[in-house]
Design a protein around this ligand. Structure first.
Ligand code: 4NP
Length: 155
């Protein structure tokens, strides 16, 4: 029997971008009928145990998804054994993850927008210090990536 694929999204705080990526992949996998394990984490430790930023909660709610029960945690080297895929939201997160990766990681590390044709190499911009429009753009980008990931994983 085939194993259920597992995906971890990682940003800096685990309160703005990666919770939206987690919600978007749960949504797209559900639509496609794909069984999948999804989680998110931050490279930083400031927000451990906190819920997502209220602006991320509002953005998810606009798309009919309640993410208020999500709780922030920090990414660890053990995540490289637990997950098949670890997906960084920006290049700084990617570099930080490379630094904590064990020597022979099980997880394949990638950059989120490398999964979206036309947006390869780009960062999902951090919306933390901006207005609500930043959260909408984040949602559009993580949703596009989630749709691509479902087709990649559903093979
Ligand atoms: P995130 O956004 O990485 O998308 O969760 C941030 C949230 C908090 C901070 C930075 C980025 N912070 O510096 O507290």
């Amino acid at each position: 029997m085939r194993q259920i694929p597992s995906v971890l999204f990682v940003c800096l705080g685990n309160i703005c971008r990666s919770p939206l990526a987690e919600a978007a992949l749960r949504r797209e996998a559900g639509v496609a009928g794909l069984d999948i394990l999804v989680d998110s984490a931050g490279t930083g430790s400031w927000h451990i145990g906190k819920g997502p930023d209220p602006r991320s909660c509002a953005e998810a709610q606009r798309h009919g998804i309640d993410i208020r029960s999500y709780r922030a945690r920090q990414a660890t080297p053990e995540d490289f054994a637990r997950f098949d895929r670890i997906i960084a939201l920006d290049a700084a997160n990617y570099a930080d993850l490379q630094r904590i990766a064990p020597r022979n990681p099980h997880a394949k590390l990638s950059l989120l927008l490398d999964h979206v044709p036309g947006l390869e190499g780009q960062d999902v911009a951090d919306p933390y210090y901006g207005g609500p429009e930043g959260f909408e753009e984040t949602w559009q980008q993580v949703s596009a990536a989630a749709r691509q990931l479902v087709t990649e994983l559903d093979r």
